[in-house]
Design a protein around this ligand. Structure first.
Ligand SMILES: [Zn+2]
Length: 402
């Protein structure tokens, strides 16, 4: 075997041993060891001082792996529930703590890097997924994008996409991770191997079990309307939907193509779903829905979503308020308005609930999830976290469309 070949993966043990951290933390631990310091009790909080692009809110994701990493350490953790929609800062300009850890700094010093990795990328993916699903409304959205990322993180991406609101997942391992059946259509390769779309549609219909929805991909060799009619002829009443994945060089206006296909299907008296894929995101979906598209396969825009730049900062040391330049000292509670999702960040010991400008009483959002290294919450399943996200999504605005 070639020593230069192999999958570039790290295992659970290496992560737990701190091998995926930055070397300066290991060096810091050496200094602590030699100088006899580092046992100071600290509070370290995680905040995102800004969001990518035009995001005004984000979906907190990845807490489960943080707890799995830190279980057994001599620390307490307070956190937003996974799936909570949050703002980067409160109305007072103080950054929203999504999570904070209290305990001897040496207990978790080397884990700053992996903890950030567990929440930064998943929060980005879940947020993008939530934005897509917000505008898709009742239309279904399938996560198709794992092919654009390293397979070693396929389940991380698909779990985050599902929690953010995606209805379906194409990846077998990803669907298994969240406890649903994987979903798919057909690749262009099927038509190419059969030399003929109609033959490929017939083979699909004949070969696969009845519970696999017959979704014909109708843009391999001919015009979308022509291949749609071939699918109608080949699959008859079994045809569940047609998928339009027209390459960008031939596309012009995908919404217009969908309208033409729908028109021709109506003339023939055929009812079938229209699924659009290729370059779909939260800005594109409203136009395609208007054109009559029923569901969407969303790829790279979700799997390669911008990461959220959380940072970890020490804000208390041995009970003293401390903070580096640009950060706010002291442990804090994040209060959220249940109506407009405005946040207000208050010092932890200030127990009075603030009132929102809209008149509602704000609610404390951080809860204790770990005590002395023990996880003290019943961790919800991915589907429950997703339901929590969907409930909140009905209350926030798709403000990028304004
Ligand atoms: Zn409010």
């Amino acid at each position: 075997m070639d020593k230069n070949l192999g999958f570039h993966l790290v295992g659970e043990e290496e992560i737990k041993k701190g091998k995926t951290t930055d070397i300066y933390f290991e060096n810091t631990m050496d200094i602590f060891e030699q100088k006899g310091v580092g046992d100071e009790n600290v509070v370290a909080e995680f905040t995102a001082s800004s969001f990518p692009s035009d995001w005004s809110w984000a979906v907190f994701c990845g807490l489960d792996e943080v707890l799995h990493l830190l279980e057994g350490k001599d620390i307490d953790i307070y956190s937003l529930k996974e799936g909570t929609i949050f703002r980067s800062e409160g109305r007072d300009g103080v950054f929203t703590p999504v999570l904070w850890i209290e305990g001897p700094y040496k207990e978790f010093c080397i884990y700053e890097t992996p903890i950030l990795g567990f929440v930064c990328h998943p929060t980005g993916v879940a947020t993008k997924s939530a934005r897509v699903n917000k505008v898709a409304g009742d239309s279904t959205v399938m996560s198709f994008g794992i092919r654009r990322m390293h397979p070693g993180i396929a389940t991380v991406i698909d779990r985050s996409a599902y929690i953010g609101g995606c209805d379906g997942i194409s990846c077998i391992a990803g669907a298994q991770e969240v406890g649903i059946e994987p979903q798919g259509t057909m690749p262009h390769a099927l038509t190419i191997i059969f030399d003929d779309p109609k033959k490929a549609f017939e083979a699909f219909d004949e070969a696969l079990p009845e519970d696999v929805p017959r979704i014909a991909l109708v843009d391999t060799y001919y015009d979308e309307k022509k291949e749609t009619m071939m699918a109608v002829e080949a699959m008859g009443e079994n045809l569940y939907g047609v998928r339009l994945d027209t390459p960008s060089s031939r596309r012009g206006d995908l919404g217009k193509i969908a309208e033409e296909v729908i028109w021709e299907l109506e003339r023939k008296g055929v009812e079938t779903k229209i699924i659009c894929s290729g370059g779909i995101d939260e800005y594109y979906i409203p136009k395609l829905k208007e054109a009559g598209a029923d569901s969407f396969g969303v790829g790279t825009s979700i799997s390669n979503a911008r990461t959220v730049n959380f940072a970890m900062d020490i804000v208390e040391k041995e009970g003293d308020m401390v903070a580096k330049r640009g950060k706010f000292s002291g442990k804090k509670q994040a209060y959220r308005c249940p109506k407009c999702f405005t946040y207000d960040i208050r010092a932890w010991d200030e127990k009075e609930k603030p009132e929102c400008d809209c008149g509602s009483e704000m609610e404390p959002m951080l809860e204790k999830v770990m005590e002395d290294g023990e996880i003290i919450v019943d961790y919800p399943e991915a589907s429950e976290i997703r339901d929590y996200v969907l409930d909140q999504l009905s209350k926030v605005e798709a403000d990028w469309l304004e």
